[in-house]
Design a protein around this ligand. Structure first.
Ligand SMILES: [Zn+2]
Length: 326
């Protein structure tokens, strides 16, 4: 009998953690005792390699951190509280692993078939917003790795393909079918700005670059057709997206980031009032609350932007695939 889709998904997640463990296992000893490595000037130095940053898109972030889908992988806020302006207490590795091992002990102590035990494990994990598929996350045993902290902001996937995508969708609904497209089509061509001659409601998959071009013109097309509250919410979110990409930050610029987010939270009600969205319990929006802490810990977002790896994906994977017999 073949596997169901759900069983297949669980096995894929387990294989992912096992493979990551194999790839990274050697680092555990190196993290504890250090290892000799040659630097660019030829000197041999003692280094202590750490898993410090992990960049991924949302489903993989949940998979890596072993948190339940639709919750936050950094703090223990409940799915129904994701729309609050404050984050909750930060997840720690010891907390996550203790929930997994307690759930495992509980299910093994109970009576029943392997299927029943697996269900018990699932129930216990889900109660605490932990993914119920992984018994041994790949990062256990790394003395200095806090996997929840290592997951860093993703400009492309969180901001442009997440938050901004929602924003465009709401604007289209708020203005009525075709109205936003009509305004976009009538924009005069101008240097450095993409002219969307067919509007932006194209059904095909939209790249991050296209989203960036849309972000440049969206606000202009809403002036005088959207009330002030909506305009403020969109302007604040666009500010957030741009400030988050500054190539240098200081306490003042981080305050700008915080101000932009607060302004958005003060005005986002508009989209709920007009009925284009039900609530803001959306993980990608909630993740914006963690940008300032991550920037303080890991530096500006251009240090770890996924766009770099997306480019490599084209050069190293897609071109090879097209040139081969596929
Ligand atoms: Zn959070």
């Amino acid at each position: 009998m073949g596997m169901s889709d759900q069983e297949h998904c669980i096995q894929v997640q387990r294989v992912f953690h096992k493979m990551m463990r194999i790839v990274l296992e050697l680092l555990i000893e190196a993290e504890k005792k250090g290892m000799e490595m040659a630097s660019s000037n030829g000197l041999i130095q003692d280094l202590f390699p750490l898993i410090s940053c992990y960049t991924a898109y949302y489903p993989e972030q949940c998979l890596v951190a072993c948190t339940k889908y639709s919750t936050c992988f950094k703090c223990c806020i409940k799915a129904t509280g994701l729309g609050n302006l404050e984050s909750a207490e930060a997840w720690t590795v010891s907390w996550t692993t203790s929930i997994i091992s307690e759930a495992q002990n509980y299910s093994e102590a109970g009576k029943g078939t392997p299927v029943t035990k697996s269900r018990q494990f699932h129930t216990q994990c889900i109660l605490h917003d932990i993914a119920s598929t992984i018994y041994r996350p790949f990062w256990t045993g790394f003395p200095l790795c806090n996997i929840h902290q290592t997951i860093i902001p993703a400009i492309l996937h969180q901001l442009y393909q997440g938050v901004f995508k929602h924003l465009v969708d709401w604007c289209q609904k708020a203005l009525g079918a075709g109205h936003l497209d009509a305004r976009i089509r009538t924009l005069p061509p101008s240097y450095g700005v993409r002219h969307f001659k067919n509007g932006i409601s194209v059904p095909s998959q939209i790249s991050g670059g296209e989203r960036k071009n849309m972000a440049k013109i969206l606000l202009d097309c809403l002036i005088r057709v959207m009330p002030k509250e909506g305009i403020l919410a969109i302007a604040a979110l666009l500010d957030f997206i741009y400030i988050a990409q500054y190539s240098a930050h200081n306490p003042t610029t981080l305050d700008y980031l915080d101000d932009a987010l607060r302004c958005f939270y003060q005005n986002w009600d508009y989209f709920i009032k007009i009925g284009v969205w039900e609530d803001f319990n959306i993980p990608k929006f909630h993740s914006l609350l963690h940008y300032i802490t991550s920037t303080k810990l890991f530096g500006t977002t251009n240090n770890y932007n996924t766009e770099l790896f997306e480019c490599h994906h084209i050069d190293f994977v897609k071109e090879g695939w097209r040139a081969s017999n596929q």
